[in-house]
Ligand binder design. Structure first.
Ligand code: ZN
Length: 398
């Protein structure tokens, strides 16, 4: 039996620190591992050798930063992780390994509101097909699941049935766990977008950031000190319901003049119906704005201005280093980003805005599914890895 503080339990703790650092970052040089764990270079070197001999990590030459170095990542054959993203109009699945490499990815159109059972049937089929293409049906460590609505991360239940009418009474996590037979982690689309950009996109190397998804609604995924911040009820980041105008239109949440009533499709598209016809979509509006259409440019710019004042509030509270704009509106580029930046400069206190950069997401529509992969990489325990691949192999995919 190990006593805390004993030589062997310290050693075990150091092993876990190194595995955790590598697991979260994807790959690190030994110098970076030393910096992020606080361990000495000699200790890191010994631990990496031990982990490599045990098959937990792989060490490959790299020329990052112009200097030759060796990068350490989790062993590519230690297991695979799966991401499933339900959007309002699509289903997207990705399969990756523990070295943060995406092995297979595919999206298909899907009306998720129609029927949850149909959605999960399609997801199950697509997951099985993609796993088959990666050459092995074993060692699935976990599945990350994204849903386009509020979710109780503890129970896996939907927080509001109003968002997805066809999903009433369904617990998405239980449903998918039952079908796939592996642990499923679930979160909302904005949090997963934040995780995706943090690990693979515009947020790499940043510990404090906000990912703002401007699509059918407005939501924020908050990363504080490298971790998603959800709050006890999972409601953190509901930036779309900041009040901008007390006498504004009634919002779906019951309040008046929420940010969402200035930015969501059902409020802003009607502004253009008399000039551009009733069939206008957000996608088309963004495209026309990019082509120079003055009315669409005005509406896109106004959305940016309003989102920017919401972001200014968020900056005063949380002082993030980076704000990443994702969702359909991000396709408008500077047409939406510049008004966001102007509003932030105007409304945020200068010390909160000084070190802030507002940038577009790098991952586009892939942010959520890659975030679902990152969720599994975040949540999986390191003891699973240290106790050998055998532990992961128990979770055989059927
Ligand atoms: Zn509201």
């Amino acid at each position: 039996m190990e006593t805390p503080g004993s030589q062997s339990s310290l050693h075990r703790a150091n092993l876990e620190r190194v595995v955790r650092a590598v697991r979260l970052a994807g790959s690190l040089t030994q110098a970076e591992i030393a910096r992020s764990t606080g361990l000495s270079a000699a200790t890191v070197s010994n631990i990496v050798r031990e982990l490599k001999d045990g098959g937990t990590v792989q060490v490959t030459p790299t020329s990052a930063g112009g200097r030759r170095a060796r990068s350490v990542s989790l062993s590519g054959d230690a297991g695979i992780v799966v991401g499933v993203d339900f959007g309002h109009t699509h289903l997207r699945v990705a399969v990756g390994n523990l070295a943060h490499q995406v092995l297979a990815e595919e999206a298909e159109p899907l009306d998720v509101d129609a029927s949850a059972a149909q959605g999960f049937d399609r997801a199950e089929a697509l997951v099985n097909r993609l796993i088959a293409t990666t050459g092995g049906a074993t060692k699935v460590i976990g599945v990350g699941l994204g849903v386009p609505g509020p979710i109780d991360v503890e129970t896996g239940a939907l927080g509001s049935s109003a968002i997805l009418p066809g999903w009433v009474g369904i617990n998405p996590r239980e449903e998918l766990t039952e079908r796939l037979g592996v642990p499923v982690h679930v979160d909302n689309d904005a949090n997963l977008g934040a995780l995706g950009e943090l690990v693979w996109g515009s947020g790499r190397g940043v510990k404090d950031l906000a990912y703002i998804k401007v699509a059918s609604g407005v939501g924020a995924g908050l990363v504080i000190n490298g971790q998603i911040y959800r709050g006890p009820g999972g409601t953190a980041g509901e930036i779309g319901h900041i009040t901008l105008d007390e006498s504004g239109p009634v919002c779906r949440c019951g309040n008046r003049g929420c940010l969402e009533t200035f930015t969501a499709a059902r409020y802003v598209l009607p502004l253009l119906f008399s000039s551009h016809g009733p069939d206008l979509t957000v996608e088309r509006m963004v495209q026309l704005a990019r082509e120079g259409d003055p009315g669409c440019r005005r509406v896109v710019g106004d959305i940016g201005r309003h989102v920017g004042s919401g972001i200014a509030n968020l900056c005063n509270l949380l002082n993030p280093r980076r704000v990443i704009i994702g969702g359909d509106l991000a396709e408008a580029g500077d047409l939406v980003l510049n008004p966001v930046r102007e509003s932030v400069a105007r409304y945020a206190i200068p010390s909160a805005a000084r070190q802030l950069s507002v940038v577009p997401g790098m991952l586009g529509g892939r942010a959520e599914v890659l975030g679902a992969l990152a969720l599994v990489l975040n949540e999986m325990g390191d003891s699973t890895l240290l106790d050998g691949v055998s532990q992961a192999a128990k979770l055989t995919f059927t």
